[in-house]
Design a protein around this ligand. Structure first.
Ligand code: ADP
Length: 684
């Protein structure tokens, strides 16, 4: 029951007033505003009576809007909507009651006054109800009322204020948005046309758009590639039609330049009538997963390639159940049937291992399970085909949340060929080492022998040299006696001797003299061979001229002896060097063709710390066959020239004793060049 809205009017049952024009009628009549607005009660047309009666009896906020002036009368529930506008609104004209929102209300009032029913749903109005003007929402309906003649008399407005509900809905929506925007996945919804109704922050960030610009747009308008947009719209349509979820995934490059792979689900949102109201979507970035899937695929492909090559077998050991599952290849390695390989006890595998390796492998597996380390071990097995194989097995222990070993998956590689090769190499190395040791032993023995023999030889040589020295020395005594008796014979008995006798004596004297020269040369040779030669720097630049000066024999030869360029300083023994140079120069002036004037050139140079001294002549030359033999004792090639055949042997011995060497370059008839080499003395 609703009283007529008035501060002073106590509630009255409307029905009472309707039946008679009793108490309530009189009260209304007594109200000045009612009389002013609607005239005396007696004059009220039936429609107005009905409207007022209806309004008073209505449970909802209800008002009568009467006549072309839109004068208002309302019940107590309606007072709540008016707020401070009551009580002055009673009987007042609507444009005066609602000046602040009249622009919005007028078309609706006019529509109702034309006799059309008006339906309002959550209409927003900035009502000024005293105090702050805040947006308020209203739902309701305007129902025209007619006079008996069919003219529109006014209308009854039934109104519900939905501000609270709307505020609650907004808060809910805000709450949802806050929740959905706190997640990294994309959350959104579409209407029937595939336009975005909602999207969370993550999605807006991906697009780089503010919400106002994205709401209400479809995938084409949001600049998705045509092909993708077409597919998505088709899937949204499918959800509306089939009322079931659609799941799919796609790569996507966002306008902000983010590249990713996404998985999405479109779900139907059902209305109260069971039809699909909208489609809700969620999208998750799965780039990392995709990448891993690809990598896994890649690894798998490679694994399969390796496995199909037959060199690798795989297994997995379920620790708790003590069951090993192996592939075909591993089964073959271990001599296990394919049936057994689908699940058999570990012992079955261990027993296939070579007895010598078995214990080691078992211990290694136990240790891996114990300490969780990766497992790697090499061992031999005998396969189904009866072949002995070397395997390298690797596995890694998998543990559960409590750290307990659950499984030991792994693989085994057939390394038999490698092992064979290793063994061969090892054997070869052993052989080589033995051979090397033998060689070293032989070398050591040889060295010992050589050292022994050298020592013995040196002893012999020393003895021989001492022997030849003493013989030579001893020979000179009798030779002198012979010489002096021959001399005495010529002086004392010369007159008595015939010419023949005289000639014999001359021959005896000459032979004795030649023999004396030979003996002297032998003595020089053996002295040079035996004595230690102390070396000292000798400047040939001074040494050679003074040598030439001191030997008149060179001048007598009527020879030209020249020094070419600068002569080096050498490490030598003065006496030995004198022997060398005088012998070489002597030969150079001696072995010339008759009638030829000897031309001798002495030159020198230094190379890499060695001094080379050359004596060149224009003599008869030496055939290649004699280039080595002429350095031997008593070796003579040219006849018709005086000599003992010991000179060059002395030169070689002397040069060698001074740490050097000598050789000759010569051709018959083209002269000879003897070059000896000694250590060059570093200039002080
Ligand atoms: P000898 O001079 O006493 O014969 P050597 O030992 O000095 O003995 O020389 C050995 C031989 O080498 C000589 O007999 C000679 O045939 C040859 N010979 C040495 N020097 C020359 C040279 N400058 N030109 C040609 N032949 C030479």
């Amino acid at each position: 029951m609703q009283p007529l809205a008035s501060e002073s009017t106590p509630p009255r049952p409307a029905a009472h007033w309707l039946k008679s024009k009793g108490a309530l009628g009189r009260e209304i009549e007594a109200l000045d505003w009612a009389k002013t607005a609607f005239g005396p009660l007696a004059t009220w047309p039936e429609a107005l009576r009905f409207a007022v009666n209806f309004t008073m009896g209505a449970g909802a906020a209800t008002a009568v809007i009467w006549g072309p002036e839109y004068r208002m009368l309302y019940n107590d529930r309606y007072r709540e909507i008016l707020g401070a506008k009551h009580p002055r609104s009673l009987g007042s004209r609507a444009p005066e009651i609602f000046p602040e929102v009249w622009e919005e209300l007028r078309p609706l009032f006019e529509q109702a006054y034309r006799g059309e029913a008006v339906l309002i749903e959550d209409m927003a109005l900035m009502l000024d109800r005293g105090g702050v003007s805040a947006p308020a929402y209203f739902s309701g309906s305007y129902s025209p009322i007619y006079h008996d003649n069919g003219e529109v008399a006014g209308f009854i407005a039934t109104v519900v204020e939905t501000t609270k509900r709307i505020a609650l809905e907004k808060a809910r929506a805000q709450e949802f948005d806050t929740i959905l925007s706190a997640i990294a996945d994309f959350a959104y919804s579409f209407d029937r046309e595939g336009r975005f109704v909602y999207m969370n922050k993550a999605l807006l960030d991906l697009w780089g758009l503010p919400r106002e610009e994205a709401v209400g747009k479809n995938f084409y308008e949001l600049k998705h590639p045509d092909e993708l947009a077409a597919r998505l719209h088709k899937q949204i349509e499918t959800v509306f039609v089939t009322k079931t979820q659609v799941r799919d995934e796609t790569p996507f490059l966002s306008p902000t330049g983010v590249e990713g792979y996404y998985e999405y689900i479109f779900s139907p949102v059902f209305g109260a009538d069971g039809s699909v109201m909208s489609v809700a979507g969620s999208t998750r970035e799965i780039s990392a997963r995709k990448r891993m899937e690809r990598e896994l695929q890649d690894v798998q492909t490679r694994m399969e390639a390796a496995l199909s090559a037959g060199a690798i077998g795989t297994w997995s050991f379920d620790v708790k159940k003590n069951v090993v599952v192996a592939d075909r290849i591993l089964a073959r390695f271990f001599g296990i049937s394919e049936e057994e390989a689908r699940g058999g006890p570990m012992e079955r595998y261990v027993s296939a291992i070579h007895p010598e390796d078995r214990e080691r492998v078992s211990a290694r597996i136990a240790q891996a399970l114990e300490d969780g380390q990766n497992y790697e071990v090499e061992y031999r097995v005998v396969g189904t085909d009866g072949r002995l194989r070397w395997l390298v097995a690797r596995g890694s222990v998998q543990r559960d949340g409590n750290g307990e070993a659950v499984s030991l998956p792994g693989m085994a590689l057939d390394v038999t060929e490698r092992k064979k090769l290793e063994n061969q190499i090892r054997a070869t190395i052993t052989d080589l080492e033995a051979a090397k040791a033998e060689l070293e032993r032989q070398a050591a023995a040889l060295e010992e022998t050589v050292a022994e023999r050298t020592a013995r030889l040196r002893e012999t040589v020393t003895e021989l040299e001492a022997f030849s020295y003493s013989i030579s020395h001893d020979l000179r005594g009798p030779l002198r006696v012979m010489q002096s008796f021959a001399q005495a014979l010529r002086e004392d008995c010369g007159a008595e001797l015939s010419d023949v006798g005289q000639d014999y004596i001359r021959r005896i004297v000459a032979a004795a003299a030649r023999m004396d020269r030979v003996i002297q040369d032998v003595l020089v040779f053996s002295r040079i061979a035996r004595t230690d030669l102390a070396l000292e720097p000798i400047a040939l630049e001074e040494f050679v001229p003074s040598l030439l000066e001191g030997y008149p024999a060179f001048h007598e030869a009527k020879a030209d002896i020249a020094i070419e360029g600068h002569l080096p300083t050498v490490m030598a023994n003065a006496a030995a060097l004198t022997q060398c140079l005088s012998n070489l120069i002597g030969n150079a002036t001696k072995f010339v063709a008759p009638g030829v004037r000897p031309q001798v050139v002495i030159s020198g140079r230094v190379e890499n710390g060695r001094a080379f001294v050359a004596v060149r002549d224009n003599g008869i030359g030496i055939p290649a066959s004699g280039h080595e033999s002429i350095f031997g004792v008593f070796s003579r090639l040219a006849s018709g020239y005086e000599g003992t055949g010991i000179g060059l042997a002395i030169v070689r011995k002397a040069v060698e004793r001074m740490g050097g060497a000598i050789h000759v370059e010569s051709e018959v008839g083209r002269g000879s060049t003897f070059t000896f080499e000694l250590a060059a003395a570093t200039p002080a």
